[in-house]
Design a protein around this ligand. Sequence first.
Ligand SMILES: Nc1ncnc2c1ncn2[C@@H]1O[C@H](COP(=O)(O)OP(=O)(O)OP(=O)(O)O)[C@@H](O)[C@H]1O
Length: 220
Amino acid sequence: MVLPPRPTFVAILGHNGAGKTTLLRVLTGQLPYQGSVRLGGPEELRTLRGPALARRLGYLPQRGTLEFGLPVRELVVMGRYRHHGLLGTYGPADYARADAALEVVGIAQLANQDFRQLSGGEQQLVWLAQLSLQAAPLYLLDEPTQQLDVYYRQRVFELITSWVEVDKRTVLCTTHDLDSLPGLPGYLLNLSRPRPVLVPISPEAVRTEYNFLARKGPRG
Ligand SMILES: Nc1ncnc2c1ncn2[C@@H]1O[C@H](COP(=O)(O)OP(=O)(O)OP(=O)(O)O)[C@@H](O)[C@H]1O
């Protein structure tokens, strides 16, 4: 499969267990794979490590946790780690970016709270704000709207659209949230299909995939 050369959004669909997270883990270099994977460059993915991989992609896994207490703003500013190192000193410009990202995802009022005291949905929004500071050309999101209410779900898909259209990033996003997709520019990739292909998003295409997933069980 080849993604379009221009920045785009791909919603990765499929039943539970279809392999959506597995695909993202392959693309982030966490799992071995057969065949060939290239991310916007000539090098084979398995040869990229550390900073070289981080320059190509930002990854938001499911259910990110934190073992220690940290104010939200301090966690978000760490999205700039590629520029300073993870424990580097961040300056006023970095904090201004963090504040702007919190504003965009709609949780500026939580900036000084301890991350661990936030609700699951609020924590998810913090990770999205942090990711937006990474400024990689490819973002991989694993069910980013999983715990979000209808307002924030809509807001996250607006954010994704702006990452594609304004910031010119490609976003691959696993989701079960088909209701949010019809108006978005980009593609569907249904991993429950025997031969998954990129299908341009339209209300009809979303309905077709919804009906496929609703009628057929994960084992066909
Ligand atoms: N580390 C692992 N070892 C063995 N099997 C695994 C491992 N991780 C996932 N699997 C299996 O691979 C299959 C795909 O899992 P994956 O997490 O990619 O599904 P998914 O499409 O993301 O599902 P969901 O929608 O429930 O998140 C599942 O059958 C799962 O049990």
